[in-house]
Design a protein around this ligand. Structure first.
Ligand SMILES: N=c1c2ncn([C@@H]3O[C@H](COP(=O)(O)OP(=O)(O)OP(=O)(O)O)[C@@H](O)[C@H]3O)c2ncn1[C@@H]1O[C@H](COP(=O)(O)O)[C@@H](O)[C@H]1O
Length: 110
């Protein structure tokens, strides 16, 4: 099976850590450091929220989510967190359903 784009992207970002190509935005983020990466994640998360509040703009939301995922992946690469680490955590969680805390009332109306 072909690798999915998330895996390809993550591997590219790891590679940029070893080989800082000229003109690479990722290399620029690593160079700027953790604070810059975290700031970008905050900005991109806000852009996802703003896009999602508008109606009928799936394309814009997909674009903003892609920007956010890219910056989260840069953080993962920076912190040596692998896709397997996240996958394993999600897998553990998938064993457990019914995660609504007992003291929280079920949502009846949005
Ligand atoms: N997926 C992405 C991706 N998503 C968003 N971005 C960049 O993220 C930036 C976000 O835009 P902003 O306007 O918020 O930021 P900016 O003004 O450009 O930059 P700042 O001054 O805020 O740092 C843009 O410059 C985008 O190009 C990305 N840059 C790279 N990738 C992937 O990373 C791979 C490696 O890219 P390079 O490292 O550039 O070679 C590429 O092949 C892509 O697959």
């Amino acid at each position: 099976m072909a690798k999915n784009e998330l895996q390809v992207l993550y591997e590219t970002l790891l590679d940029r850590k070893e080989h800082a190509e000229v003109g690479s935005y990722t290399a620029y983020l690593y160079e700027k450091g953790l604070e810059k990466i975290l700031k970008k994640i905050g900005e991109e998360a806000t852009e996802v929220i703003i896009a999602a509040m508008k109606e009928n703009n799936k394309e814009e939301i997909v674009n903003e989510i892609s920007d956010l995922l890219y910056h989260l992946f840069v953080l993962m690469a920076e912190k040596n967190i692998t896709l397997d680490d996240v996958n394993n955590e999600l897998e553990k969680r998938s064993q457990k359903s019914g995660n609504l805390k007992p003291e929280r009332k079920p949502v009846e109306k949005y």
